[in-house]
Write a protein that binds this ligand. Structure first.
Ligand SMILES: Nc1ncnc2c1ncn2[C@@H]1O[C@H](COP(=O)(O)OP(=O)(O)OP(=O)(O)O)[C@@H](O)[C@H]1O
Ligand SMILES: [Mg+2]
Length: 260
């Protein structure tokens, strides 16, 4: 069994009146993820690539046990995300734009706090903090409040904290969003390092060059559906294109619907 296995995942949101008005729709349901299956293995960086609203975040939240699938199931390291959510959570490091570190605490305090929450020994927490804070250049800011840090430093602190328990599986929703190219590179280099350690990294992105350079395999998601999956080479072959951007537009042309 693969480390992450998604079988026919569908997630339908029920919309409030306000959401229906905002989306200019009379339907009170929104299918965010539509019957998606995929699997990912240790030692690879797997990318979910898709435009805004494609269903990337929803998929990653279902894998991370934050959301319950409407139908279908997901196993992570052999554990079902609904029946064994606690076990799944212990195996994953999860990063998403919408969950921020508390602005009133320092990176060091939060790192230690989440380390203890995960049951990591104090001396292990200390050595991991030193390693990660050194790598991401957080050391000299470790006692400042999160609210005093720059956007990039906040993001790097959030990444370090999400890795405190040395998870086998790393699930990062748009990990380089809002970062300059230097900071973004330090993040993608670290993801490669994790992969080389034999971990599974799964990210979402809408940045073609990032998917192209970083991901071993890519699933293209459009309108909640998986429209293509494979290595870059396989995707270019199946779409008869020269680069991922062209491949994406080819897939988009053939798969976008009126009501998206
Ligand atoms: N809590 C929610 N309630 C209702 N609809 C939602 C909710 N969250 C997401 N949606 C809708 O579900 C669809 C998929 O959203 P999702 O956030 O998964 O997309 P995404 O691929 O992550 O997009 P982005 O690139 O903008 O982050 C969108 O149409 C979105 O408006
Ligand atoms: Mg998203």
């Amino acid at each position: 069994m693969a480390m992450i296995e998604i079988n026919n995942l569908t997630k339908i949101y029920k919309l409030s009146k306000k959401q229906m008005q905002a989306a200019k729709t009379k339907k009170n349901m929104k299918t965010a993820v539509d019957n998606v299956s995929l699997s990912a293995e240790n030692g690879e960086i797997f990318g979910l690539l898709g435009p805004n609203g494609a269903g990337k975040t929803t998929t990653l939240r279902c894998i991370s046990t934050l959301l319950t699938p409407t139908s279908g199931d997901i196993s992570v390291a052999g554990y079902d995300t609904v029946k064994n959510a606690e076990m799944v959570r212990s195996k994953i490091g999860f990063l998403t734009n919408e969950i921020k570190l508390d602005p009133h605490f320092s990176p060091k305090y939060l790192f230690n706090f989440f380390g203890r929450l995960h049951g990591v020994d104090d001396d292990v927490i200390d050595s991991r903090r030193q390693e990660l804070f050194d790598y991401f250049g957080i050391r000299e800011f470790e006692d400042k409040k999160i609210e005093e840090l720059s956007t990039g430093m906040k993001q790097k602190a959030a990444i370090a904290v999400s890795l405190v328990h040395d998870p086998q599986i790393v699930i990062f929703d748009e990990p380089t969003s809002g970062l300059d190219i230097i900071t973004a590179r330090s993040v993608t280099d670290y993801l490669k390092k994790l992969k080389e350690q034999g971990k599974l990294v799964i990210i979402s992105t809408h940045i073609m060059s990032e998917a192209e350079k970083l991901c071993d395999r890519i699933a293209v998601i459009i309108g909640g559906q998986k429209v293509c999956e494979g290595t870059l080479k396989e995707i270019l072959q199946s779409t008869d294109t020269k680069d991922l951007e062209d491949a994406f537009f080819e897939l988009y042309k053939n798969n976008s619907k009126e009501d998206m």
